[in-house]
Design a protein. Structure first.
Length: 503
């Protein structure tokens, strides 16, 4: 066995261990020279992206990866499992992390000049927690990584000098602790009745216990806890302030990844710990989820219209967009599931791009109020064009990523005989036009006045590059959605719904 083969065999665990070790070593790197921290993070995230890409390719070509830790076979030992679902999500985590990392060097230097080292250490530990939550096949190991990601997110929100960030972080801490308590109770209940912490083992044991009230209570605890974590209306109270008051790079990272990983976990527990028959037929949980998602889609869009702060508008928009994903999951048919899963990718690209643009505008002008954006398109044409593309994607204009996932959600709703959800999607798209048009109007058709003092037209190149890449991908996957759908999401949707086995 060559050294390359040895490394390849251990990629599942290295995807978690490398950012973990790099996060702890970042203060040492910063002690040598603070400017080295960014290069250290870039090296780490590029390595993680390569490993995540390799893992997904292996799953597509060879099937599910099982990696045992500590020499103990599951269900006794801890096991990392990578299939199409978490391989897909891990690649999104790695890519968005790299894009935000590239962007961060100028943004963080200006916003957090004295906290660069702790920021990058927390950045890598957040990636570690998200990767660990996604890869692990052990339910208690998942909870450990959940706490790692949550604690680092709280710290990233509070790391700025503004008092609002500390308050937002504290509110998130309270809500996150409540959510984690619900999740831990659910884990305890399942362990009490199954005697196992391995997810696959639980799935094989639980069907004989589906009439057990403890199992039903565990599912209820999980759904409440995960609903808080993803910011599903009306359990979203932590989200607007957290997204609004975090440093720009932290907002983009958290908005691009945290809720999407939370949705992944919800899907994993509903369809891989429990079974499709249990959540669809026995408990009717998917039907409850669709109505909650539909409410979130409308309410999030309406609340976004009422905002004048660009980051706060995008935060409420996220509540609506999470509703789209969960609507697809709750429809529980192959077409709807594909739309929901595709929207995980699409929303990560769109929302990360939008928050990066908001940060770039703040970096160059200090503005966040929409009324201050008058004529900004003439001063920052590249930045505002990225906003235009990502905004059109959020609306669902044909040729963009948002259109494809919304189209699949419409088809899934029709397939389920739920025409009311078709109406919800259409109404929400119209509401999206309303709140994004306000920004477009100010940027492109407003008369410049307050932005005249800007000395440079654009943000630094390190901020522009990731924004442009994300904008290009918003169009690429809008035109060529066939690739993720055919190679990943179609077989994955079939497998989740029990139509076929995961490769």
């Amino acid at each position: 066995m060559t050294g390359f083969d040895l490394i390849t065999d251990h990629l599942p665990v290295l995807t978690v261990v490398i950012p973990l070790m790099a996060g702890f070593l970042t203060p040492i790197v910063g002690w040598i020279d603070r400017r080295l921290c960014w290069y250290w993070v870039m090296l780490t995230m590029f390595a993680v992206l390569l490993m995540a890409s390799s893992n997904l390719y292996t799953v597509i070509t060879s099937g599910t990866i099982h990696y045992q830790l500590g020499g103990w076979a599951p269900p006794v030992g801890i096991e990392y499992v990578i299939d199409l679902l978490n391989g897909f999500v891990c690649l999104i985590i790695a890519f968005i992390g790299l894009m935000v990392g590239i962007y961060s060097i100028e943004s963080i230097t200006k916003e957090l000049p004295n906290k660069i080292i702790p920021f990058y250490s927390l950045f890598l530990l957040l990636v570690t927690g998200l990767m660990g939550m996604t890869i692990t096949g052990d339910i208690f190991n998942f909870y450990v990584f959940l706490e790692i990601s949550s604690l680092t997110a709280y710290a990233l929100i509070a790391i700025g000098d503004r008092g609002d960030g500390v308050v937002a972080s504290f509110n998130y801490l309270i809500m996150g602790t409540v959510a984690a308590s619900f999740i831990l109770l659910g884990i305890g209940y399942l362990y009490a009745v199954t005697g196992s912490l391995n997810m696959a083992d639980m799935q094989s044991i639980l069907p004989s216990m589906y009439d057990n009230k403890v199992v039903l209570a565990a599912l209820a605890f999980f759904m409440v806890g995960f609903s808080i974590k993803v910011g599903l209306f009306p359990l979203h109270a932590w989200l607007p302030d957290a997204y609004t008051h975090a440093p720009s790079a932290a907002s983009a990272l958290i908005a691009g990844l945290m809720t999407k990983v939370g949705v992944y976990v919800m899907i994993r527990f509903m369809f891989s710990v429990f079974t499709p028959a249990f959540v669809i037929d026995i408990t009717g949980m998917t039907e409850i989820l669709t109505w909650a998602a539909a409410l979130a889609i409308i309410v999030g869009s309406v609340l976004a219209i009422a905002q004048s702060d660009i980051k706060r508008m995008l935060a409420y928009s996220s509540i609506s967009q999470i509703g789209y994903i969960l609507l697809g999951v709750g429809l529980a048919n192959v077409i709807g599931m594909q739309g929901g899963l595709l929207h995980i990718l699409n929303h990560s690209l769109m929302k990360c791009a939008l928050f990066l643009v908001a940060g770039a505008i703040f970096y160059r002008t200090g503005f966040r109020n929409l009324h201050q954006f008058q004529g900004l398109g003439k001063k920052m044409p590249v930045t505002t064009t990225v906003f235009l593309i990502a905004g059109l994607s959020m609306i669902g204009v044909p040729g963009t990523v948002g259109f494809t996932s919304k189209w699949y959600l419409v088809l899934g709703s029709i397939n389920a005989g739920q025409w009311i959800f078709v109406a919800v999607i259409l109404i929400s798209s119209l509401l999206n036009i309303v709140y994004f048009w306000r920004v477009f109007d100010n940027i492109w058709f407003g008369h410049p006045h307050e932005v005249e003092h800007i000395k440079r037209d654009e943000a630094p190149l390190s901020m522009l590059i990731p924004m442009v890449i994300l904008a290009v991908l918003c169009i690429f996957f809008g035109l060529f959605a066939y690739y993720p759908l055919h190679y990943v999401l179609e077989p994955l949707s079939n497998a989740l719904l029990g139509i076929g086995a995961l490769p």
